[in-house]
Design a protein around this ligand. Sequence first.
Ligand code: NDP
Length: 397
Amino acid sequence: MLILLPATMFHLLLAARSGPARLLALPAYLPGLEELWSPRALLLLFIWLGLQVALYLLPARKVAEGLELKDKSRLRYPINGFQALVLTALLVGLGLSVGLPLGALPGMLLPLAFATTLTSFTFSLLLYAKASVAPASALAPGGNSGNAVYDFFLGRELNPRLGSFDFKYFCELRPGLIGWVLINLALLMQEAELRGSPSLAMWLVNGFQLLYVGDALWYEESVLTTMDIIHDGFGFMLVFGDLGWVPFTYSLQAQFLLYHPQPLGLPMALLICSIKAIGYYIFRGANSQKNTFRKNPSDPSVAGLETIPTATGRQLLVSGWWGMVRHPNYLGDLIMALAWSLPCGLSHLLPYFYVLYFTALLVHREARDEQQCLRKYDRAWQEYCKRVPYRIIPYVY
Ligand code: NDP
């Protein structure tokens, strides 16, 4: 995975700009080091990370507490990700008004991805070393097998911090996610420069993905109860995933559209918007229902739902979204993934990479979550599985 993930990212970057744009073919050429290595790209990356760190350190509208840790303490997290998105947008807008050449960004994606990969390896090594001096209670359950390569990949320390600055929480939703929409915007501007105006397909991809990122940052607090934060150590998997994989592969549809314009009529665009809306409705409905229920089970919006008690004192929802399948939020996410790819037409498989990869990721993630829930809730979880037999897609899976 250490080699496969970066290799796949470079393959996609190269395939998107190649004539045939084939997902399942080797790239026509391999870029030389002079095409990959650029001190300017590294500088740009550090300026970007520095800007996001500065925005993270600004006063937050709220400071949230995470779940209880092994040593019974709780960490505190600033909730100002959406603010960082808005301030970044204002700064970019200001930059554009004084001639910031954002349209040049698509031409720098390859060296930027290379600089991000090198930075991710170096950063993960530092995190690995830092974990050696961390107390045992700060280590993650999964990344401490004694096999150096495995632990480097999975991450040894659960919540590495420098003072109150939390590296994992910072990387999860900010530089990569905001970077993704910035790359999309740059691709849209480049398309406008090349063809006079952005295509409808490019507008849809930009709009859909901006909504996704805006939603993630608006509901930033809910990341505190995800597996990434409460279970996984911070190693190469999350460092590279957050900083490199997300911005450079999730922008694949917009990259593809820049080099392979696709005609899209209004009726088809409306159909795709409806698919996106259905996906978002399920995704947001399911996530909000569970988050509200976990925060306050007597909230009027969830108080009437049927539940199963568990030995831990917590309850499991068995009606509402969580009575339809055991992971309705994954279903909504997958429908949205399809809506992001459809504007790219049906002539190429490449823009559907995200749907394929994301299906594999969520099926694997769902299996991991099932194991953890079975361990946590035992017979109550078995009862839940009996009452709600489908995992992600009703009557199919
Ligand atoms: P979930 O939000 O699905 O959380 C799973 C947890 O929810 C379980 O461990 C359990 O925790 C609780 N739970 C499960 N079933 C029930 C129930 N019936 N009633 C009450 N609580 C229940 O986990 P993820 O972190 O995987 O996903 C969060 C969102 O992020 C999803 O929408 C997912 O699609 C998205 N995502 C997107 C990615 C991307 O790259 N675009 C990557 C990964 C995720 P407990 O009981 O302890 O509360």
